[in-house]
Design a binder for this molecule. Structure first.
Ligand SMILES: Cc1cc2nc3c(=O)[nH]c(=O)nc-3n(C[C@H](O)[C@H](O)[C@H](O)COP(=O)(O)O)c2cc1C
Ligand code: SF4
Ligand code: SF4
Length: 463
């Protein structure tokens, strides 16, 4: 049985799954219920300066049959009395001494930071998370992302906190910045023990076509909010990778953003996270999702022979390279497995209009055919094909050659002029422009033969 427990910068937790600071961690009732269900830790809904919230507060991007593919909020930090929250933190810690309770904090002055850090410690919190990420409301008052976007200010506040902190301090970063490693480095300079990312992305999720106002609507008006949920995972993973690969950051990272399943969590871990936090998925489906998450992670670790989480933290990082270091001799082309094809011809349309005119339709069959010599191996057809493994991308080179753009540059073997013979697409066949119109167009209708040259007639693309 693999060991799921973690020690994150000194914060111990029975598993790497924490609830992120958000509505699911608004009260002791919710946190106890979550721990009882199997969550390993909880970052309490941010405690700090007094606030008043508006209604409504949430907006959603629904994509086809999937609701809340992206989620947006204009909510502020906790609006409950500080003393109630601290009392409940104490109560939760007494009942669940081995679970991780982290106090998320956001105040302004040095004295306020000192006071609230001390109070959180006295309440028994295992760690502190500094919320430098909230992209609405709080930033207008000089907090949240207003701090996260100013590395010098961030560093100063971390230093204030470290003056009194006796428990590990995590700095939560905002993604609303061009280079997230800058605040990450500032957090390290300030003496933080760890970082977490991402907080929400500044956004407008939609506009009401009758009221002419953005969602969520507050008395006919709206405001930019913070975006999260499955849609933000790719952005979170990239920022996580940037911090994890940066030689100057070298801090434990708690991965946040779009985590809904054990697979999402493993992806974050493979890119350098050693704990993961979840908000939208818990708001959407409730605390019960933890059962599938822990059993899925356990099964994955068993299958891979991993004994602890640390066996695979950052395991994918060596495989994330700058573009210029990728092997240009690696060649794949699309291959349609006719026995699986349902004849929808989505691949044909995608390649014809959106890629490289490398798929043709033949009379008497609805199964398209790849013009291999014209296929650049872009993947598009395999991505649009609705049948799993019906289009595979098959390797064409023999694996012996390796040449990168960096190496070509060093060898002086790159195209340097606009019409250079060495340009990648120089000998790549495309139909004549006029073939898009008139009679030629009708030849592309299903069931009619396409007037493409045969594979033998098409010049091969440059290596
Ligand atoms: C309604 C709502 C309220 C949130 N409140 C806070 C907060 O008080 N403090 C904080 O650090 N992050 C807050 N967040 C951000 C989440 O902790 C998390 O960083 C973000 O939602 C990304 O994770 P997800 O994709 O799993 O939702 C909030 C998010 C939502 C949706
Ligand atoms: S998209 Fe897939 S199933 Fe549809 S025609 Fe192409 S190969 Fe066949
Ligand atoms: S991989 Fe790209 S170029 Fe090749 S057939 Fe598919 S869509 Fe066309």
């Amino acid at each position: 049985m693999p060991d799921l427990s973690i020690n994150f910068a000194g914060i111990k937790s029975p598993n790497p799954f924490w609830l992120a600071s958000a509505p699911p961690t608004n009260s002791g009732y919710q946190v106890m219920k979550a721990f009882d269900a199997g969550w390993g830790g909880a970052v309490w809904k941010t405690l700090g300066v007094p606030v008043v919230n508006v209604s409504s507060r949430y907006g959603s991007v629904n994509y086809r049959d999937k609701r809340m593919m992206g989620f947006n909020n204009i909510e502020l930090i906790s609006d409950r009395p500080l003393s109630d929250n601290l009392r409940e933190i104490e109560e939760v810690k007494k009942r669940f001494p081995n679970h991780a309770v982290i106090a998320s904090l956001m105040v302004q002055s040095r004295q306020e930071w000192h006071d609230i850090v001390r109070q959180s410690q006295e309440a028994g919190a295992d760690g502190i998370e500094l919320n430098f990420g909230c992209p609405h409301g709080m930033c207008e008052r000089g907090m949240g992302s207003a701090v996260g976007q100013e590395p010098d200010v961030l560093q100063t506040i971390v230093e204030w906190v470290m003056e009194v902190a006796k428990i590990p301090v995590i700095v939560k970063l905002t993604p609303n910045i061009s280079d997230i490693t800058e605040p990450a480095l500032a957090a390290r300079r300030g003496g933080a023990d760890a970082i977490s990312l991402i907080n929400t992305i500044q956004s407008i999720v939609g506009v009401d076509l009758d009221l002419f106002a953005p969602y969520p609507i507050v008395d006919g008006k709206g405001s930019n909010g913070g975006y999260c949920g499955p849609a933000v995972k790719p952005i979170a993973l990239n920022m996580l990778k940037n911090c994890a690969q940066h030689p100057g950051v070298r801090l434990p990272i708690s991965g946040i953003g779009g985590i809904e399943t054990w697979r999402d969590a493993v992806e974050h871990i493979l890119l350098g996270a050693s704990s993961v936090q979840v908000c939208t998925a818990a708001m959407h489906y409730g605390f019960g999702i933890i059962r599938e998450m822990t059993s899925g992670l356990e099964q994955y670790m068993t299958d891979k022979g991993f004994h602890t989480i640390y066996d695979f933290v950052g395991k994918a990082l060596p495989n994330v390279l700058p573009w210029e270091e990728l092997n240009m001799k690696y060649k794949v082309t699309a291959n349609i497995h006719a026995e699986k094809c349902i004849g929808c011809q989505l691949c044909y349309t995608a390649c014809e209009d959106g890629a490289h005119q490398a798929i043709q339709l033949n009379a008497g069959t609805r199964v398209p055919e790849i013009i291999e010599a014209n296929c650049v191996g872009c993947n598009l057809c395999s991505l649009v094909c609705p049948v799993e493994d019906c289009i595979t991308m098959d390797r064409q080179d023999d694996g012996t050659a390796h040449l990168t753009w960096k190496e070509r540059t060093a060898a002086g073997d790159i195209p340097t002029e606009f019409n250079d013979e060495k340009a990648g697409g120089r000998h790549h066949w495309v139909p004549e422009p006029a073939a898009a119109l008139g009679k030629e167009k009708h030849k592309t209708l299903p069931g009619k033969a396409r007037q493409y040259p045969s594979a033998a007639e098409v010049p091969t693309t440059q290596a």
